[in-house]
Write a protein that binds this ligand. Structure first.
Ligand code: CA
Length: 224
C-alpha cells in the first residue's frame, strides 16, 4: 500500500514517515501544496494524509481539486485545527476522516487501516483467502493456521495481491506499492519477492498471468 503524506511540519513528517514505513507502507512525503498537486497527478496512492495549513496552497484547496477531478482516493485530514467548523468543512470538502493534532501514532495507524479496508469493502482488517490469513493490524500472516515469517516487502507484495484476492497486479503496480520516491528499485526485485513467497506459500499459490502480472490462484486454478 502506498501513502502520500502532505505535511510541512518536519517533526510530524519525520515521525509519520518513519512510523508508516515500519508499518510496511510505501510512503512519499511532500511538504508544500504545489508538490502535493504534482504528486496527486499520478494515480498511484491508496491513501492520502493531508495537513490543512500548507505553503503555496491550502489542504482544503488540494482536497477540493482532487474531488472535483472525480478522484476517490481515501483522504485523512491530520490537522491542528480542532474547531467544529473546521472539521465539518474538511469532511464536507471530501475528506473521509479527520484526526486532530496532537494524536497518538497508534490511533493514526488504526484510522489508516480502517479507511483502507472500507475502500476494499471489508468490515475487518484481516483478509482471508484459501487458508491464508493476512492481518495488517497485527502484521501477521498465517497459512492453514501456521504463522509465516515474512519480511516487510514480502508482506507488502502479498497484501497487494490480496486486496482484493484474485485480481491481477502488474509488476509496475507492485513496484509502486513497494517503493517510495527515494528508494532504489532493482529491476528484478518483484520477481525475487514472488519467488520467496512461493517458497513459503507453496508454488501453486501465486499465478503468472503472462504479459500482465501476477494473481493469487483460486483453488481450482493451476499456477502457470
Ligand atoms: Ca501545517
Amino acid at each position: 500500500m502506498r501513502i502520500l503524506l502532505i505535511e510541512d511540519d518536519p517533526m510530524i513528517g519525520e515521525s509519520l514517515e518513519e512510523g508508516l514505513r515500519a508499518e510496511n507502507y510505501a510512503l512519499d512525503w511532500v511538504r508544500t501544496g504545489g508538490e502535493a498537486q504534482l504528486a496527486l497527478r499520478q494515480d498511484i496512492y491508496d491513501l492520502v494524509l493531508l495537513d490543512l495549513g500548507l505553503p503555496e496552497r491550502s489542504g482544503l484547496e488540494i482536497l477540493r481539486e482532487l474531488r472535483a477531478g472525480k478522484r476517490d482516493v481515501p483522504v485523512l485530514i491530520v490537522s491542528a485545527r480542532d474547531a467544529l467548523p473546521d472539521r465539518v468543512l474538511g469532511l464536507d470538502a471530501g475528506a473521509d476522516d479527520y484526526l486532530v493534532k496532537p494524536f497518538g501514532l497508534d490511533e493514526l495507524y488504526a484510522r489508516v487501516r480502517a479507511l483502507l479496508r472500507r475502500r476494499s469493502g471489508r468490515s475487518s482488517s484481516a483478509i482471508v483467502f484459501r487458508g491464508l490469513l493476512l492481518d495488517p493490524a497485527r502484521h501477521v500472516v498465517s497459512l492453514d493456521g501456521r504463522t509465516l515469517d515474512l519480511t516487510a516487502r514480502q508482506f507488502a507484495v502479498l497484501h497487494a495481491l490480496l486486496d482484493p484476492p484474485g485480481h491481477i497486479v502488474s509488476r509496475a503496480q507492485l513496484e509502486e506499492k513497494l517503493y517510495g520516491w527515494n528508494e532504489e528499485v532493482e529491476s528484478n526485485t518483484v520477481d525475487v519477492f514472488i519467488h520467496h513467497l512461493r517458497r513459503k506459500l507453496g508454488s501453486d499459490f501465486i499465478k503468472n498471468v503472462r504479459g500482465v502480472g501476477y494473481k493469487l490462484a483460486e483453488a481450482d486454478e493451476d499456477a502457470a
